[in-house]
Write a protein that binds this ligand. Structure first.
Ligand code: PNS
Length: 161
């Protein structure tokens, strides 16, 4: 059984994340979308809210589940028996950071490998922080995030519709 982890902040999940989830569901027997909980980081959404949004998003895929983790990603991978980490690449600008992350993770645990998947070019500019800014200022984000996330964003920024 090939189990992979798709980790991230998912604060909130975007259609770019959904695209990677859809692609990875075809490549692995089981994919765990793992929501990071870093006490040193301030999130817009609680870990419960981020997991709720993702649970709704992964409903169509019977080989994808949602979990959360604290601490080192490679230790979490060890605990659940996964040897593959999936990360999405939107543009070249993502590469340097992702390269460092992958190499650091390999130094920490050489059994765990990272694979990169290219996000559909329609979402190359879609980033959680940008989506939040547009939503906060009343812009249309309906084609950038799934409906469940739009609902959570409207609630976060008290936008009537
Ligand atoms: O969606 P993000 O914010 O780009 O995800 C980054 C994430 C959560 C995958 C990364 O920060 C991470 O793995 N954090 C867990 C702590 C850890 O293992 N840090 C060392 C990796 S270099």
């Amino acid at each position: 059984m090939r189990t992979a982890i798709y980790p991230g902040s998912f604060d909130p999940p975007t259609n770019g994340h959904v695209d990677i989830i859809r692609r990875s569901s075809k490549l692995f027997d089981h994919v765990i979308v793992a929501v990071a909980e870093n006490p040193a980081k301030v999130y817009s959404f609680s870990v419960e809210d981020r997991m709720d949004m993702l649970r709704e998003i992964v409903k169509p895929y019977n080989n994808i589940s949602v979990d959360h983790f604290t601490g080192l990603l490679v230790e979490y991978a060890d605990r659940i028996g996964a040897v593959t980490i999936i990360r999405g690449l939107r543009a070249l600008s993502d590469f340097e950071y992702e390269f460092e992350l992958a190499l650091m993770n390999r130094h920490l645990n050489s059994k765990v490998d990272t694979i990169f998947m290219m996000t559909d070019e329609h979402y190359s500019f879609v980033r959680s922080s940008l989506v939040k800014e547009v939503a906060r200022l009343g812009g249309d984000i309906s084609d950038k995030v799934p409906p469940v996330v739009e609902k959570y964003l409207r609630n976060l920024y008290k936008i009537e519709k």
